[in-house]
Write a protein that binds this ligand. Structure first.
Ligand code: NOJ
Length: 568
């Protein structure tokens, strides 16, 4: 690894260690606590349409990803989750799959995929695919057969029902993308159910043939070298069989539909059976399952881990991701909750469905400092982080200004209250040339003006950039025992502005101090109760210049970050 200007000598040592020891080997050495590879890994989400365009089509592709393996490895990424790259009519940009066992020509071929896996291996980067488990595309051969007649072989692979009466769907359920969740199909005179777009009919998971076929899809990819799956929309796998109406709540949503409690079509207990059995299949290949698990409480999140860890290894904690303001109290509460859940926490601050963290937490004045602050938080916690591409640069949302520019269909249905998700899916910013170096032709989505300063090439040269801050932090994460294995010990829990904690492991600890306010703060620590009263401290990484000299009292700049090693 080559750093421009290390923050501390310790960083140099860490970097040298990483350069000498391939991660595969380091991982074996770090498994002392019985932790598996994914517990020590940093995951990185790639939206393939927007990452790197190798053939200058205006859309990214697999060869583009392969060409960036050096970048990913140097950044400190161990696994990439690629959002769906399977054949698809692209109504929902890949989340409408028409063939689970191939690659969409937009993104390349199966040979390109195999080459990406190979290059990934050479760079110690594992490949995670996105398994769209709740629904297929309406162009999938299963659905085409299903809709062809009431007696078709695949009829019962989807959810078909008679309407309540002429022009009346079977019940009041709404699609989360707007309007009724039922579409009438004149061929057989029945309605089919779609929780998402009408082009995404829900599979009938009560049919064992569906389960068998879908589980076989995962086996097929495991044989091709995939290290696991991110499971899309697991909350919506099942619906009650009698199709009772959902309770209506006061008010209307962004699509003008009545608000509704999705009581009878989400989070049904039957899904846990499917996930447990799917885990059984994953275990045959030592694979990891990551869940798109939207929960309202920690107790709900806990259920996804399953008793004795037998369900999902990595259900994402969206309660953490949904804290939309810099609140030390709120973060403390949420971290403590998930940390005590008994499962291994999974933290993220952005993805392809939510506004980028740079905008959600930024105050317009200190956005770069805040981007480092957030990195200092979710990359030092006990658990596995999932980064979103470009977060390491401080990429920002670029929302469409006019309805006619919107690509994401919900942005057209819901305009202007709902502008869709284009803003967080813009091309990766590689350099300051036209189209941010993503493509020589106009990309499918426009890059925001900030690409001139927030791009890989420019930030690479700046020792204080967000990119180099991420690199330093990720290097530490891979080598520091306390950051890898240590327990989370909150400190100064009544401080409304500064969140502080230890990651404590045996006789060592890492102290993390993060100022979530726009004012300077002075924080006093008494580490005697934690057994570190007389500990020797060494600064590992800080945004303050000069670095604070004592851990008993740390002076923090607005949004300042201080991370130090303590050793008895
Ligand atoms: C969740 C995915 O993250 C989102 O992008 C997609 O639109 C829906 N599931 C439907 O597959």
């Amino acid at each position: 690894m080559k750093f421009q200007k290390p923050v501390t000598p310790t960083i140099l040592a860490v970097a040298a260690m990483l350069a000498l020891s391939p991660f595969a080997q380091a991982q074996k050495n770090l498994d002392a606590e019985g932790h598996q590879w994914w517990q020590h890994a940093v995951f990185y989400e790639i939206y393939p349409r927007s990452f790197a365009d190798s053939d200058n089509s205006g859309m990214g592709d697999l060869n583009g990803i392969t060409s960036k393996m050096d970048y990913l490895q140097r950044l400190g990424v161990d696994a990439i989750w690629i959002t769906p790259c399977f054949p698809s009519p692209q109504v929902d940009f890949g989340y409408d799959v028409s063939d689970y066992e191939d690659i969409d020509p937009t993104y390349g071929t199966l040979n390109d995929f195999d080459r990406m896996v190979e290059e990934g291996k050479n760079h110690n980067v594992r490949i995670i695919l996105d398994f769209v488990i709740n629904h297929t595309s309406d162009q999938h051969k299963w659905f085409l057969d299903s809709k062809s007649s009431k007696t078709a072989a695949h009829r019962d692979w989807y959810i078909w029902r008679d309407g309540k009466g002429p022009n009346q769907p079977p019940n009041n359920w709404l699609s989360t993308f707007g309007h009724s969740a039922w579409k009438f199909d004149p061929t057989t005179g029945q309605y089919y159910y779609h929780y998402f777009y009408a082009e995404q009919p829900d599979l009938n998971w009560r049919n064992p043939a569906v389960e068998r076929a879908m589980f076989d899809v995962t086996r097929w990819w495991y044989k091709r070298g995939v290290a696991g799956f991110r499971l899309d929309a697991v909350d919506t796998l099942f619906e009650v069989q009698d199709l009772r109406d959902n309770p209506i709540l006061p008010g209307t949503n962004k699509f003008g539909d009545p608000n509704m409690e999705n009581k009878y079509n989400t989070k049904l207990p039957e899904m846990h059976g499917v996930l447990t059995r799917l885990r059984g299949v994953a275990d045959e290949s030592d694979a990891v399952l990551i869940g798109e698990t939207w929960t309202k409480t920690i107790d709900q999140l806990k259920e996804y881990y399953g008793g004795h860890g037998k369900e999902l290894q990595m259900p994402m904690d969206f309660l953490f991701a949904n804290i939309n303001r810099l609140s030390a109290d709120e973060f403390r509460r949420q971290i403590a909750g998930v940390d005590a859940s008994g499962g291994w926490p999974v933290y993220l601050v952005s993805n392809h469905d939510i506004v980028r963290s740079y905008n959600r937490y930024g105050d317009g004045r200190h956005n770069d400092e805040i981007a480092k602050l957030m990195a200092g938080l979710y990359l030092t916690l006990r658990g596995t982080p999932i980064m979103y591409y470009g977060e390491e640069l401080g990429m920002e949302n670029n929302d469409p200004k006019r309805r006619e520019d919107v690509k994401d269909p919900i942005g057209r249905t819901g305009w202007p209250a709902e502008k869709g998700r284009d803003g967080e899916r813009t091309p990766m910013q590689w350099n300051d040339s036209a189209n941010a170096g993503f493509s020589t032709v106009t990309p499918w989505l426009p890059v925001p003006p900030s690409y001139k300063t927030h791009n890989v090439a420019t930030e690479d040269k700046d020792p204080d950039s967000i990119l180099n801050f991420y690199r330093h932090l990720l290097a530490l994460r891979h080598t520091d025992q306390a950051l890898l294995e240590g327990e989370y010990v909150p400190l100064n829990e009544s401080d409304p502005n500064v969140i502080s904690y230890l990651r404590r492991y045996k006789s060592e600890a890492v102290l993390v101090v993060l100022n979530m306010s726009a004012k300077e703060q002075k924080v006093n620590f008494d580490l005697a109760p934690q057994g570190f009263a007389k500990a020797k401290s060494t600064t590992l990484l800080t945004t303050m210049k000069p670095a604070p000299s004592r851990t008993e009292q740390v002076a923090l700049a607005p949004f300042g970050v201080y991370i130090a090693k303590l050793a008895k």
